[in-house]
Design a protein around this ligand. Sequence first.
Ligand code: ZN
Length: 246
Amino acid sequence: MRWGVFSDIHSNIEALDQVLDVFSREKVEGYLCCGDIVGYGSDVNAVLERITGLKNVLAVRGNHDLAVLGRMDLQWFNDPAKAAVKYAQSVIKPELLDWLKNLPPKIERDEFTVVHGSPRNPAEEYLVTVQQFHDNCAYYKSSPCFVGHSHIPVCFLMAEPVSYVEQGTLTELQEFGVPPLHRAVVNPGSVGQPRDHEPRASCGVYDDADRVFTLHRAEYDIAKTQKKILDAGLPEFLALRLAYGQ
Ligand code: ZN
């Protein structure tokens, strides 16, 4: 089965729609969302409505989702992020808030695992080093484990028993295969706020038959998103950073 894998949408409907176009061209049959659906951007309800309208979607919650639900201490958020959480709380529709409330922290299937930050700390840990990858292997069973949170498209691969570890960032159309008896973590990058100095929306397609993940990038109308963020009264920084991919 082919899965559209995406994360950190952050209320950016223009970016999400381009990613969904990629998924439709790639003929995906299901969707894996690694969380942070809300936060930062202005299109809180439109993004949630689009995702809840997808067929066959498996989603986990991220730290920004938890913050909007009032389940995460805002002291960990910087001022622009806090402002966006408060904005989302003021506009979110009750039925969409309910849907968000019911998202699990982790999804484990035979074919893959899905979390937001890391398997051992789904809400908070940024999984970015080989050491963290190694230490997290005790906390999930099925590979690949899809993560989000860092907004950087990256992969980790380790043979079992350990003979070598590979790690690297993923670029457009790069394929990453997960051979049998290997542990792997894959981050598809961020749809709505990429931070790898590449402003195009990031996502991936995973084929669980041949166990290959392919990274995709999609251009979107950044100026339109920026204008909506400013019109909503959100901090200018949240609009500006989109143009630089950071
Ligand atoms: Zn995020």
